[in-house]
Every structure is written in structure tokens, then in C-alpha cells.
Design a protein around this ligand. Structure first.
Ligand code: DX5
Ligand code: ZN
Length: 249
């Protein structure tokens, strides 16, 4: 299993210490960028990613929960981003963005993709162009899905994706409880990969803990696990990384 500790849950007064923790066995370092528009929270931007890049050689796994992420592509590329992950639902990624943004389960979102839900109008050519633009800047192209987004909506562009990020919480905050619904999205993505010999990595983000939700995500087909509280808020973070690393399908 690939493990990507989320710096959002670390003690930012000791970023170097948080990086040293991640270097005890993790594969990537997950950086949650939020703009207060796409999600109801603000975090940090490219300067923080650049600072982390000066502290470590770990590939920086940057998760953009922002509108118009391509506007910041050069800044994040120069900051040392390895994986640039955008949300299909966000304005500027696959068109004007989805109407009536759902920010949490309480605000109308569901536990997982409803089977009968009407697909959103996605401009697939635009989405493909977005992903190609990311690759053209020398980064891996990540595509993130909120818990209520169906895999079927993006299957047509999966050949252009390097990392598929399936969210198991509504984006915005660390420390939220894991949602079961997206397990079916993970399983469907794993099956899609198997059937077509596709190469993208299935990454799962939100509420991952080594003891319970990590194993369930792994069983469904996760190949990389993000964990914030599940690593940085544990008594022994290095042990938490090792436990996640050992998970298999
Ligand atoms: C949520 C972020 C996650 C979060 C993970 O919006 O994308 O990466 O930091 O934190 P935990 O593992 O605590 O849910
Ligand atoms: Zn994230």
C-alpha cells in the first residue's frame, strides 16, 4: 500500500518534524489546498508546498479543493508538486462547475453515489484538456471525486488520469468520519482497471485509520491511502504509517 500522510493534521509549528515523521516509511506527502469557495475552509497555497519541497524529497501529493485550479498550475509546478489533483466538480476543471455545490452530507450530499442519480453535464473534452495540461507541466494528473460523484461520469477520461482520488468524506476538513458509500466507487474503479489494464493509481482520502477503515478501503481496491488524524493524531505516528503500509487487498 502507498501511504500519503496529510500535513493538514500535523502541528504546523513544527513542519520539519511533521516531514520527518512522514519520512519514516510513507511514500508521498499529502497537501490539502482549500480556497473557502469550493470548500468551506481555507488552508494554504503554493508557498507552503515550496517550503515542504525544501524539507523533503518525498513526492508532494497536492489535493486542490479550489475553483479554477489551472490558474495556479505554474505556481504549484514551480513549488515542486509531483501529483496535481483537481476535483471534477470544481469550476474550470470540466466546464463551469456543477450547480448547487454540495459541501457536506448535512447539506444534501449522500453517503455515496446514488445509482439512479442523473449524471451531471460534464464537458469531457475540457476535462481531457485539463488533465493533459497538468501532464504537460511535468506533473502527474490527479482527478478527485466527491463521495456523491459516480465513477461512470469520468470513465471516458480515465486513460488520461495518473491518480484517481476517491473521497470518503466531503472535502473541507480532516478528522471527519469515514463514509461507506464510496467503497462501491473504489471497487468499480479497481474493476475498470483490471478489465482494461489501465495504469492509474486508486487513492482514497478521508477518515482512514489503520485498524478499520484502512483495511476496508484496501479490500475494495485502494492502492494509496491518505491519512491525517490516522497518522498525525496517533500516539505513535511512525507505527501508524507502518500499519497502513502493510495493508493488502
Ligand atoms: C479533507 C482532506 C483530507 C483530510 C484527511 O478535505 O482532503 O485529505 O485532510 O484527514 P483525515 O484522514 O483526518 O480524514
Ligand atoms: Zn486531501
Amino acid at each position: 500500500m502507498l501511504v500519503s500522510p496529510s500535513i493538514l493534521s500535523a502541528d504546523w509549528s513544527d513542519l520539519a518534524g511533521a516531514v520527518r515523521t512522514a519520512e519514516q516509511g510513507a511514500d508521498w506527502l499529502h497537501c490539502d489546498v482549500m480556497d473557502g469557495h469550493f470548500v468551506p475552509n481555507l488552508t494554504f497555497g503554493a508557498p507552503m508546498v515550496a517550503a515542504l519541497h525544501r524539507l523533503t524529497k518525498l513526492p508532494l501529493d497536492v489535493h486542490l479543493m479550489i475553483d479554477q485550479p489551472l490558474a495556479f498550475l505554474p505556481a504549484f509546478a514551480e513549488a515542486g508538486t509531483a501529483i496535481f489533483t483537481v476535483h471534477v466538480e470544481a469550476p474550470g476543471v470540466a466546464g463551469p462547475g456543477w450547480p448547487a455545490p454540495v459541501r457536506s452530507r448535512g447539506e444534501g450530499g449522500t453517503d455515496g453515489p446514488a445509482r439512479e442519480a442523473k449524471p451531471h453535464v460534464i464537458d469531457l473534452a475540457r476535462l481531457r484538456e485539463t488533465l493533459a495540461t497538468i501532464r504537460a507541466r511535468g506533473m502527474r494528473a490527479g482527478l478527485a471525486l466527491r463521495p456523491d460523484t459516480q465513477l461512470a461520469e469520468v470513465e471516458a477520461v480515465l486513460d488520461a488520469v495518473d491518480v484517481l482520488l476517491v473521497m470518503t468524506v466531503y472535502p473541507g476538513f480532516s478528522g471527519q468520519p469515514f463514509l461507506d458509500g464510496p467503497l462501491q466507487t473504489i471497487a468499480r474503479a479497481a474493476e475498470w482497471k483490471r478489465a482494461r489494464g489501465a495504469r492509474f493509481t486508486i487513492e482514497v482520502d478521508g477518515g482512514i485509520q489503520g485498524a478499520d477503515t484502512g483495511p476496508r478501503a484496501a479490500q475494495a481496491g485502494a492502492e494509496a491511502l491518505v491519512a491525517g488524524h490516522g497518522i498525525y493524531r496517533q500516539p505513535d505516528p511512525a507505527q501508524a504509517i507502518r500499519a497502513l503500509k502493510e495493508l493488502r487487498r
